[in-house]
Design a protein around this ligand. Structure first.
Ligand SMILES: C[S@@+](CC[C@H](N)C(=O)[O-])C[C@H]1O[C@@H](n2cnc3c(N)ncnc32)[C@H](O)[C@@H]1O
Length: 415
Protein backbone atom coordinates (compact mmCIF):
# COMPACT_ATOMS: atom_id res chain seq x y z
CA UNK A 1 0.00 0.00 0.00
CA UNK A 2 1.37 3.43 -0.89
CA UNK A 3 0.42 6.12 1.58
CA UNK A 4 0.23 9.65 0.26
CA UNK A 5 1.42 11.94 3.01
CA UNK A 6 0.91 15.67 2.77
CA UNK A 7 2.29 17.70 5.65
CA UNK A 8 0.02 20.54 6.67
CA UNK A 9 0.93 23.08 9.30
CA UNK A 10 -0.91 21.87 12.42
CA UNK A 11 -2.43 25.18 13.38
CA UNK A 12 -2.82 26.80 9.97
CA UNK A 13 -5.66 29.35 9.83
CA UNK A 14 -8.82 28.33 7.96
CA UNK A 15 -8.98 29.57 4.37
CA UNK A 16 -10.70 32.96 3.77
CA UNK A 17 -14.49 32.83 3.92
CA UNK A 18 -14.68 29.88 6.26
CA UNK A 19 -15.73 30.12 9.91
CA UNK A 20 -12.87 31.00 12.23
CA UNK A 21 -12.46 28.87 15.28
CA UNK A 22 -10.82 29.39 18.64
CA UNK A 23 -7.12 28.46 18.60
CA UNK A 24 -7.37 25.24 20.58
CA UNK A 25 -5.71 21.93 19.91
CA UNK A 26 -7.59 19.59 17.62
CA UNK A 27 -8.71 16.44 19.48
CA UNK A 28 -6.00 14.31 17.86
CA UNK A 29 -3.29 16.73 18.90
CA UNK A 30 -4.46 17.16 22.44
CA UNK A 31 -2.73 14.17 23.98
CA UNK A 32 0.35 12.07 23.82
CA UNK A 33 -1.25 8.84 25.04
CA UNK A 34 -4.71 7.35 25.17
CA UNK A 35 -4.85 7.57 28.96
CA UNK A 36 -5.10 11.36 28.72
CA UNK A 37 -8.76 11.09 27.64
CA UNK A 38 -11.72 11.10 29.92
CA UNK A 39 -13.88 8.08 29.30
CA UNK A 40 -17.26 8.76 27.69
CA UNK A 41 -20.36 6.78 26.75
CA UNK A 42 -23.31 7.42 24.44
CA UNK A 43 -25.15 8.90 27.45
CA UNK A 44 -23.73 10.40 30.65
CA UNK A 45 -23.49 6.95 32.21
CA UNK A 46 -22.95 3.53 30.59
CA UNK A 47 -26.26 2.13 29.27
CA UNK A 48 -27.42 -1.11 30.84
CA UNK A 49 -27.93 -4.16 28.62
CA UNK A 50 -31.44 -4.76 27.23
CA UNK A 51 -32.80 -8.02 28.64
CA UNK A 52 -34.03 -9.15 25.23
CA UNK A 53 -32.53 -8.23 21.89
CA UNK A 54 -34.34 -8.06 18.54
CA UNK A 55 -33.28 -9.09 15.06
CA UNK A 56 -32.44 -6.34 12.57
CA UNK A 57 -33.82 -5.83 9.06
CA UNK A 58 -32.61 -8.66 6.84
CA UNK A 59 -31.59 -6.41 3.92
CA UNK A 60 -29.38 -4.22 6.09
CA UNK A 61 -27.84 -7.16 7.91
CA UNK A 62 -26.74 -8.59 4.55
CA UNK A 63 -25.19 -5.41 3.11
CA UNK A 64 -21.74 -6.03 1.64
CA UNK A 65 -20.27 -2.97 3.32
CA UNK A 66 -21.86 -2.19 6.65
CA UNK A 67 -19.54 0.33 8.23
CA UNK A 68 -19.96 4.01 7.30
CA UNK A 69 -16.21 4.41 7.88
CA UNK A 70 -13.42 3.29 5.55
CA UNK A 71 -10.79 2.19 7.97
CA UNK A 72 -7.08 1.65 7.47
CA UNK A 73 -6.27 -1.77 8.89
CA UNK A 74 -9.88 -2.96 8.70
CA UNK A 75 -9.66 -6.69 8.12
CA UNK A 76 -12.14 -7.44 5.40
CA UNK A 77 -12.87 -11.15 5.51
CA UNK A 78 -11.72 -11.51 9.09
CA UNK A 79 -15.27 -11.24 10.42
CA UNK A 80 -16.17 -14.49 8.68
CA UNK A 81 -13.23 -16.27 10.37
CA UNK A 82 -14.38 -14.95 13.76
CA UNK A 83 -17.98 -15.95 12.96
CA UNK A 84 -16.86 -19.48 12.07
CA UNK A 85 -14.90 -19.71 15.32
CA UNK A 86 -17.90 -18.57 17.39
CA UNK A 87 -20.35 -20.83 15.55
CA UNK A 88 -18.03 -23.81 15.99
CA UNK A 89 -17.51 -22.92 19.66
CA UNK A 90 -21.26 -23.26 20.19
CA UNK A 91 -20.81 -27.02 19.84
CA UNK A 92 -18.46 -26.96 22.84
CA UNK A 93 -20.18 -27.35 26.21
CA UNK A 94 -17.78 -24.88 27.81
CA UNK A 95 -18.84 -22.00 25.55
CA UNK A 96 -22.34 -20.54 26.00
CA UNK A 97 -23.80 -18.14 23.35
CA UNK A 98 -21.96 -14.83 23.16
CA UNK A 99 -24.15 -12.35 25.06
CA UNK A 100 -21.62 -9.54 24.78
CA UNK A 101 -18.96 -9.17 22.09
CA UNK A 102 -16.47 -6.45 23.02
CA UNK A 103 -14.29 -4.57 20.50
CA UNK A 104 -11.94 -2.33 22.54
CA UNK A 105 -10.06 -1.23 19.37
CA UNK A 106 -13.23 -0.68 17.35
CA UNK A 107 -11.99 1.64 14.55
CA UNK A 108 -14.39 0.97 11.67
CA UNK A 109 -16.16 -1.74 13.75
CA UNK A 110 -16.53 -3.94 10.70
CA UNK A 111 -16.29 -7.21 12.66
CA UNK A 112 -18.87 -6.29 15.31
CA UNK A 113 -21.36 -4.99 12.71
CA UNK A 114 -21.08 -8.18 10.66
CA UNK A 115 -21.49 -10.50 13.67
CA UNK A 116 -24.49 -8.55 14.96
CA UNK A 117 -26.14 -8.61 11.55
CA UNK A 118 -25.85 -12.32 11.05
CA UNK A 119 -26.85 -13.10 14.63
CA UNK A 120 -23.52 -14.69 15.62
CA UNK A 121 -23.45 -12.52 18.75
CA UNK A 122 -26.37 -10.97 20.63
CA UNK A 123 -24.86 -7.63 21.61
CA UNK A 124 -21.66 -5.70 20.99
CA UNK A 125 -19.86 -3.05 22.99
CA UNK A 126 -17.77 -0.75 20.79
CA UNK A 127 -14.88 1.26 22.21
CA UNK A 128 -11.93 3.22 20.86
CA UNK A 129 -9.44 5.60 22.44
CA UNK A 130 -9.68 8.09 19.57
CA UNK A 131 -12.33 10.69 20.56
CA UNK A 132 -12.89 11.52 16.89
CA UNK A 133 -13.79 7.92 16.07
CA UNK A 134 -15.81 7.23 19.21
CA UNK A 135 -17.77 10.50 18.79
CA UNK A 136 -18.73 9.30 15.32
CA UNK A 137 -20.07 5.97 16.61
CA UNK A 138 -21.80 7.59 19.57
CA UNK A 139 -23.69 10.01 17.31
CA UNK A 140 -24.40 7.45 14.56
CA UNK A 141 -25.87 5.17 17.24
CA UNK A 142 -27.97 7.70 19.11
CA UNK A 143 -28.80 10.43 16.56
CA UNK A 144 -28.68 8.78 13.13
CA UNK A 145 -31.43 10.89 11.49
CA UNK A 146 -29.71 14.21 12.21
CA UNK A 147 -26.31 12.85 11.22
CA UNK A 148 -27.74 11.61 7.91
CA UNK A 149 -29.40 14.99 7.25
CA UNK A 150 -26.16 16.83 8.01
CA UNK A 151 -24.08 14.41 5.91
CA UNK A 152 -26.41 15.03 2.92
CA UNK A 153 -26.19 18.79 3.42
CA UNK A 154 -22.37 18.63 3.46
CA UNK A 155 -22.45 16.55 0.29
CA UNK A 156 -24.82 18.91 -1.53
CA UNK A 157 -23.02 22.11 -0.48
CA UNK A 158 -19.38 21.05 -0.87
CA UNK A 159 -18.87 17.68 -2.56
CA UNK A 160 -21.33 18.10 -5.43
CA UNK A 161 -19.80 21.44 -6.55
CA UNK A 162 -16.36 19.78 -6.12
CA UNK A 163 -13.09 21.59 -6.95
CA UNK A 164 -12.14 24.44 -4.65
CA UNK A 165 -15.44 24.29 -2.67
CA UNK A 166 -14.71 20.69 -1.70
CA UNK A 167 -11.02 21.35 -0.97
CA UNK A 168 -11.85 24.39 1.17
CA UNK A 169 -14.33 22.33 3.15
CA UNK A 170 -11.70 19.62 3.59
CA UNK A 171 -9.30 22.28 4.95
CA UNK A 172 -12.04 23.58 7.20
CA UNK A 173 -12.69 20.17 8.74
CA UNK A 174 -8.99 19.36 8.96
CA UNK A 175 -8.38 22.55 10.94
CA UNK A 176 -11.62 22.44 12.94
CA UNK A 177 -11.41 22.42 16.71
CA UNK A 178 -14.18 22.59 19.28
CA UNK A 179 -14.84 26.32 19.78
CA UNK A 180 -14.65 27.58 23.33
CA UNK A 181 -18.12 27.61 24.86
CA UNK A 182 -19.72 25.14 22.42
CA UNK A 183 -22.20 22.88 24.23
CA UNK A 184 -20.93 19.33 24.76
CA UNK A 185 -23.79 17.81 22.76
CA UNK A 186 -23.14 20.08 19.76
CA UNK A 187 -19.39 19.57 20.03
CA UNK A 188 -19.84 15.80 19.83
CA UNK A 189 -22.19 16.10 16.84
CA UNK A 190 -19.76 18.37 14.97
CA UNK A 191 -16.87 16.04 15.85
CA UNK A 192 -18.83 13.12 14.41
CA UNK A 193 -19.41 15.06 11.18
CA UNK A 194 -15.74 16.00 11.07
CA UNK A 195 -14.80 12.34 11.40
CA UNK A 196 -17.19 11.24 8.66
CA UNK A 197 -16.22 14.01 6.23
CA UNK A 198 -12.48 13.50 6.64
CA UNK A 199 -12.79 9.73 6.58
CA UNK A 200 -14.72 9.75 3.29
CA UNK A 201 -12.55 12.38 1.57
CA UNK A 202 -9.02 11.63 2.80
CA UNK A 203 -6.61 9.21 1.18
CA UNK A 204 -7.35 5.65 2.35
CA UNK A 205 -9.74 6.99 5.01
CA UNK A 206 -6.78 7.97 7.17
CA UNK A 207 -7.87 10.34 9.93
CA UNK A 208 -4.33 11.11 10.99
CA UNK A 209 -3.33 14.70 10.25
CA UNK A 210 -0.54 13.71 7.83
CA UNK A 211 -2.77 12.34 5.05
CA UNK A 212 -4.12 14.53 2.26
CA UNK A 213 -7.42 14.72 0.33
CA UNK A 214 -8.24 12.02 -2.23
CA UNK A 215 -7.05 13.26 -5.63
CA UNK A 216 -4.43 15.58 -4.11
CA UNK A 217 -4.50 19.39 -4.01
CA UNK A 218 -4.54 19.54 -7.83
CA UNK A 219 -7.63 17.32 -8.17
CA UNK A 220 -6.45 16.18 -11.60
CA UNK A 221 -6.98 12.46 -10.99
CA UNK A 222 -10.07 10.63 -12.25
CA UNK A 223 -10.65 9.79 -8.54
CA UNK A 224 -11.46 13.15 -7.00
CA UNK A 225 -12.12 14.17 -3.41
CA UNK A 226 -15.77 13.04 -3.51
CA UNK A 227 -15.29 9.59 -5.07
CA UNK A 228 -15.82 7.80 -1.73
CA UNK A 229 -18.56 10.07 -0.41
CA UNK A 230 -21.73 8.29 -1.51
CA UNK A 231 -24.67 9.86 0.38
CA UNK A 232 -27.21 7.10 -0.33
CA UNK A 233 -24.93 4.27 0.77
CA UNK A 234 -23.84 6.25 3.83
CA UNK A 235 -27.46 6.93 4.73
CA UNK A 236 -28.23 3.19 4.74
CA UNK A 237 -25.14 2.35 6.77
CA UNK A 238 -25.68 5.08 9.39
CA UNK A 239 -29.34 4.06 9.70
CA UNK A 240 -28.19 0.47 10.29
CA UNK A 241 -25.95 1.59 13.18
CA UNK A 242 -28.88 3.56 14.64
CA UNK A 243 -31.16 0.53 14.35
CA UNK A 244 -28.62 -1.73 16.06
CA UNK A 245 -28.34 0.74 18.94
CA UNK A 246 -32.09 1.35 19.31
CA UNK A 247 -32.65 -2.41 19.49
CA UNK A 248 -29.97 -2.88 22.12
CA UNK A 249 -27.75 -4.87 19.77
CA UNK A 250 -25.03 -2.20 19.99
CA UNK A 251 -25.04 -2.06 23.77
CA UNK A 252 -23.05 1.17 24.01
CA UNK A 253 -20.09 3.05 22.53
CA UNK A 254 -17.31 3.97 24.91
CA UNK A 255 -14.40 6.29 24.35
CA UNK A 256 -11.39 5.07 26.25
CA UNK A 257 -8.19 3.15 26.47
CA UNK A 258 -8.55 -0.64 25.98
CA UNK A 259 -7.56 -1.24 29.59
CA UNK A 260 -10.26 1.06 30.99
CA UNK A 261 -12.82 -0.62 28.75
CA UNK A 262 -11.92 -4.16 29.79
CA UNK A 263 -11.62 -3.26 33.48
CA UNK A 264 -15.05 -1.67 33.49
CA UNK A 265 -17.13 -4.45 31.94
CA UNK A 266 -17.66 -6.47 35.13
CA UNK A 267 -18.63 -3.47 37.26
CA UNK A 268 -20.96 -2.06 34.58
CA UNK A 269 -22.77 -5.24 33.51
CA UNK A 270 -23.07 -6.95 36.86
CA UNK A 271 -25.40 -9.72 35.75
CA UNK A 272 -23.44 -10.94 32.75
CA UNK A 273 -21.46 -14.14 33.25
CA UNK A 274 -17.79 -13.94 32.19
CA UNK A 275 -18.23 -17.08 30.02
CA UNK A 276 -20.80 -15.17 27.91
CA UNK A 277 -18.37 -12.37 27.08
CA UNK A 278 -15.96 -12.60 24.13
CA UNK A 279 -13.39 -9.90 23.47
CA UNK A 280 -12.03 -9.28 19.97
CA UNK A 281 -8.88 -7.16 19.91
CA UNK A 282 -7.39 -5.60 16.80
CA UNK A 283 -4.67 -3.31 18.17
CA UNK A 284 -2.72 -0.83 16.02
CA UNK A 285 -0.08 -2.25 13.69
CA UNK A 286 3.35 -3.02 15.09
CA UNK A 287 4.92 -0.44 12.82
CA UNK A 288 3.78 2.77 11.12
CA UNK A 289 0.51 2.88 13.05
CA UNK A 290 1.30 6.45 14.10
CA UNK A 291 0.88 7.42 10.43
CA UNK A 292 -2.56 5.78 10.26
CA UNK A 293 -4.30 6.51 13.55
CA UNK A 294 -4.63 9.58 15.75
CA UNK A 295 -4.09 7.31 18.73
CA UNK A 296 -1.46 4.66 18.25
CA UNK A 297 0.72 2.54 20.46
CA UNK A 298 3.77 4.29 19.06
CA UNK A 299 2.76 7.55 20.74
CA UNK A 300 3.66 6.24 24.12
CA UNK A 301 7.10 7.09 25.41
CA UNK A 302 7.90 3.58 26.67
CA UNK A 303 10.74 2.22 24.54
CA UNK A 304 10.79 -1.51 25.22
CA UNK A 305 10.34 -4.17 22.52
CA UNK A 306 10.87 -2.35 19.23
CA UNK A 307 9.89 0.85 20.98
CA UNK A 308 6.44 -0.56 21.58
CA UNK A 309 5.94 -1.16 25.28
CA UNK A 310 2.15 -0.88 24.91
CA UNK A 311 2.14 -4.18 22.99
CA UNK A 312 3.90 -5.78 25.97
CA UNK A 313 1.38 -4.34 28.40
CA UNK A 314 -1.50 -5.67 26.33
CA UNK A 315 0.10 -9.12 26.25
CA UNK A 316 0.68 -9.12 30.02
CA UNK A 317 -2.99 -8.26 30.57
CA UNK A 318 -4.32 -10.86 28.15
CA UNK A 319 -2.02 -13.59 29.50
CA UNK A 320 -2.78 -13.06 33.19
CA UNK A 321 -5.55 -10.62 34.06
CA UNK A 322 -8.51 -10.80 31.72
CA UNK A 323 -11.49 -12.81 32.98
CA UNK A 324 -12.94 -13.35 29.47
CA UNK A 325 -12.02 -15.46 26.47
CA UNK A 326 -10.45 -13.42 23.71
CA UNK A 327 -9.45 -13.39 20.05
CA UNK A 328 -6.52 -11.19 19.01
CA UNK A 329 -5.45 -10.32 15.47
CA UNK A 330 -2.01 -8.98 14.60
CA UNK A 331 0.27 -8.46 11.67
CA UNK A 332 2.71 -11.38 11.62
CA UNK A 333 5.93 -11.08 13.64
CA UNK A 334 7.72 -14.23 14.90
CA UNK A 335 8.56 -12.57 18.21
CA UNK A 336 4.88 -12.23 19.05
CA UNK A 337 4.49 -15.98 19.34
CA UNK A 338 7.98 -16.83 20.58
CA UNK A 339 8.63 -14.29 23.34
CA UNK A 340 7.31 -15.23 26.78
CA UNK A 341 6.82 -11.52 27.39
CA UNK A 342 4.33 -11.55 24.53
CA UNK A 343 2.32 -14.64 23.53
CA UNK A 344 5.09 -17.28 23.70
CA UNK A 345 3.50 -19.23 26.55
CA UNK A 346 1.00 -21.94 25.71
CA UNK A 347 -1.43 -21.13 28.54
CA UNK A 348 -3.09 -18.00 29.83
CA UNK A 349 -2.61 -18.13 33.61
CA UNK A 350 -5.00 -15.86 35.51
CA UNK A 351 -3.77 -13.96 38.55
CA UNK A 352 -5.82 -13.85 41.78
CA UNK A 353 -7.89 -10.80 40.78
CA UNK A 354 -8.82 -12.39 37.47
CA UNK A 355 -9.71 -15.67 39.23
CA UNK A 356 -12.03 -13.79 41.59
CA UNK A 357 -13.82 -12.40 38.51
CA UNK A 358 -14.21 -15.91 37.09
CA UNK A 359 -11.12 -16.30 34.88
CA UNK A 360 -9.85 -19.80 34.23
CA UNK A 361 -6.56 -21.01 32.83
CA UNK A 362 -6.98 -21.28 29.04
CA UNK A 363 -4.82 -22.85 26.34
CA UNK A 364 -3.56 -20.15 23.95
CA UNK A 365 -3.78 -21.12 20.24
CA UNK A 366 -1.74 -19.29 17.60
CA UNK A 367 -2.71 -19.60 13.95
CA UNK A 368 -2.17 -17.94 10.62
CA UNK A 369 -4.80 -17.03 8.09
CA UNK A 370 -4.69 -15.33 4.70
CA UNK A 371 -6.96 -12.38 4.09
CA UNK A 372 -7.73 -10.75 0.77
CA UNK A 373 -7.61 -6.99 0.65
CA UNK A 374 -7.83 -4.37 -2.02
CA UNK A 375 -4.53 -2.60 -2.57
CA UNK A 376 -5.29 1.12 -2.41
CA UNK A 377 -3.11 2.11 -5.35
CA UNK A 378 -4.53 0.03 -8.18
CA UNK A 379 -7.59 -1.78 -6.84
CA UNK A 380 -5.93 -5.19 -7.36
CA UNK A 381 -6.71 -7.97 -4.93
CA UNK A 382 -3.80 -9.32 -2.98
CA UNK A 383 -3.33 -11.51 0.05
CA UNK A 384 -2.10 -10.62 3.52
CA UNK A 385 -0.96 -12.96 6.28
CA UNK A 386 -2.68 -12.39 9.58
CA UNK A 387 -1.85 -13.84 12.96
CA UNK A 388 -4.75 -14.95 15.14
CA UNK A 389 -4.20 -15.75 18.80
CA UNK A 390 -7.07 -16.93 20.96
CA UNK A 391 -8.13 -18.59 24.19
CA UNK A 392 -11.15 -20.24 22.58
CA UNK A 393 -10.85 -24.02 23.11
CA UNK A 394 -8.13 -25.70 21.02
CA UNK A 395 -10.64 -28.34 19.95
CA UNK A 396 -12.68 -25.55 18.34
CA UNK A 397 -9.77 -23.64 16.81
CA UNK A 398 -8.25 -26.77 15.25
CA UNK A 399 -11.49 -27.45 13.36
CA UNK A 400 -11.32 -24.22 11.34
CA UNK A 401 -9.68 -25.15 8.04
CA UNK A 402 -8.85 -21.52 7.17
CA UNK A 403 -6.54 -21.37 10.20
CA UNK A 404 -3.08 -22.86 9.64
CA UNK A 405 -0.48 -23.72 12.27
CA UNK A 406 1.91 -20.87 12.87
CA UNK A 407 4.90 -22.71 11.40
CA UNK A 408 8.33 -21.73 12.66
CA UNK A 409 7.11 -20.64 16.07
CA UNK A 410 8.42 -22.37 19.18
CA UNK A 411 4.98 -23.89 19.69
CA UNK A 412 4.81 -25.41 16.19
CA UNK A 413 8.32 -26.87 16.50
CA UNK A 414 7.33 -28.63 19.73
CA UNK A 415 4.26 -30.33 18.25
C1 LIG B 1 -6.20 -1.61 13.65
S1 LIG B 1 -7.31 -0.33 14.10
C2 LIG B 1 -8.80 -1.21 14.34
C3 LIG B 1 -9.48 -1.51 13.02
C4 LIG B 1 -10.81 -2.21 13.19
N1 LIG B 1 -10.65 -3.57 13.62
C5 LIG B 1 -11.63 -2.17 11.92
O1 LIG B 1 -12.09 -3.19 11.43
O2 LIG B 1 -11.81 -1.07 11.39
C6 LIG B 1 -6.80 0.08 15.72
C7 LIG B 1 -7.69 1.07 16.47
O3 LIG B 1 -7.22 1.14 17.83
C8 LIG B 1 -7.41 2.46 18.31
N2 LIG B 1 -6.50 2.63 19.46
C9 LIG B 1 -5.19 2.97 19.47
N3 LIG B 1 -4.69 2.93 20.72
C10 LIG B 1 -5.70 2.55 21.53
C11 LIG B 1 -5.81 2.31 22.93
N4 LIG B 1 -4.77 2.49 23.75
N5 LIG B 1 -7.00 1.87 23.42
C12 LIG B 1 -8.07 1.72 22.60
N6 LIG B 1 -8.04 1.96 21.26
C13 LIG B 1 -6.86 2.36 20.74
C14 LIG B 1 -7.14 3.36 17.12
O4 LIG B 1 -7.81 4.59 17.28
C15 LIG B 1 -7.70 2.51 15.98
O5 LIG B 1 -9.03 2.88 15.70
Amino acid sequence: MTIEIIRLPTNSPPPPGLPRVAPRLAPEDAHSGAEAFAQSFVRDEPRQLFSSVHPVAEAQARMRHQSPLRYPGAKTGFASVVAELIDTARTSKSIPPVELFVEPFAGGSSTALRLLGNGTVRRALLADADPLVSAFWQVAASDPANLIARMKEEHKSFITPGGSAALERWDYWRGWTVPVGMKAHTARFETAMRCLFLNRTTFSGILHGGAGPIGGRAQKSEYGIGCRFMPDALETRIAYVGELYSKGRIADVWCGDWRATLDQIASTYKTIRPESVLVYLDPPYLEKSSKLYNVSFEDEADASWKGQGPHLRLAAYLMSRIPYRWILSYDVDPELTDSCLLYGRSRMTPNDDARRLGAKSFVVSKKLTTLRYTAASNGARSGSEELLITTLPKSVVDRISRLRPNEGSVEALQT
